[in-house]
Design a protein around this ligand. Structure first.
Ligand code: 8X3
Length: 244
């Protein structure tokens, strides 16, 4: 049997890269997409996958990416991110726009582009990486909460629309995971990013990748609709026990 193909977006680091490694270890041929092609190529060489440049905020880039993929059984929509924690009163429209574009429109664009191939596979799967921010609002989350709630909504719409077709749809919502997420959120400020994880053992990208590989390996008649994963030291996005 030829290798099944998994497509992972935002695969140059963090949850995307860890998931690409985990899926490759489970026998998938993994097509990895991201903007940082040098990192992608190194990862593709390591896991025997295929690196293709992808900017999910750019429709032409998504179309060119999808055109290079002949067939696809699994799509992991992982590309996303947050910018800032400013209040709505102080918020920056450009930051909101970027968050909506990368998280929401990016997921919609890539899903739409690959859906015909997922359906044609006869056993397709879409896994969207959401967030605790998709379930719970918090101060400073005006842009990010709104975007991740929208990702959750579109995931559920897709599940409804695909009922009766051979494509499963799942959502994995992580809480605190130590990746480049906070460095990006705080505009490269590593000290501010480190504070997020101070006195806490956060989850790792590999912890989330374990869930991805589990969801991806369920039999065809089982759809894992939603998973919420938190660090043991948190009971919600902002209720955190820190050992300082
Ligand atoms: C990341 C989790 O709690 O920073 O999606 O919003 S949180």
């Amino acid at each position: 049997m030829s290798q099944r193909i998994a497509v992972v977006t935002g695969a140059s680091s963090g949850i995307g890269a860890a998931s690409a490694r985990a899926l490759a270890a489970d026998g998938w041929h993994v097509v990895i997409g991201a903007r940082r092609v040098d990192r992608l190529e190194a990862l593709a060489a390591e896991i025997g996958g295929t690196a293709i440049a992808l900017d999910v905020t750019d429709q032409e880039s998504v179309d060119a990416f999808a055109a290079q993929i002949e067939s696809c059984e699994l799509l992991l929509n992982n590309a996303g991110g947050a910018l800032g924690t400013t209040s709505i009163a102080e918020g920056d429209v450009d930051e909101w726009q970027w968050m909506y574009d990368v998280n929401v429109l990016g997921t919609l664009r890539v899903t739409k582009a690959l859906l015909p191939k997922l359906v044609a596979s006869g056993d397709g799967q879409v896994i969207n990486i959401g967030s605790i921010a998709a379930r719970e609002p918090y101060k400073g989350g005006g842009g990010y909460n709104a975007a991740k709630h929208a990702v959750a909504a579109m995931t559920r719409v897709l599940r409804i629309e695909l009922l009766g077709q051979p494509v499963r749809v799942s959502e994995i919502d992580p809480g605190m995971v130590e990746t480049e997420f906070s460095i990006v959120r705080f505009g490269g400020d590593a000290d501010k990013a480190a504070k997020v994880y101070e006195g806490v053992t956060p989850m790792s990208a590999e912890d989330i990748a374990d869930a991805v590989r589990w969801v991806a390996s369920r039999p065809k008649h089982v759809n894992i609709d939603q998973i919420l994963m938190l660090a043991t030291a948190q009971t919600s996005a902002q209720v955190i026990h820190r050992e300082l």
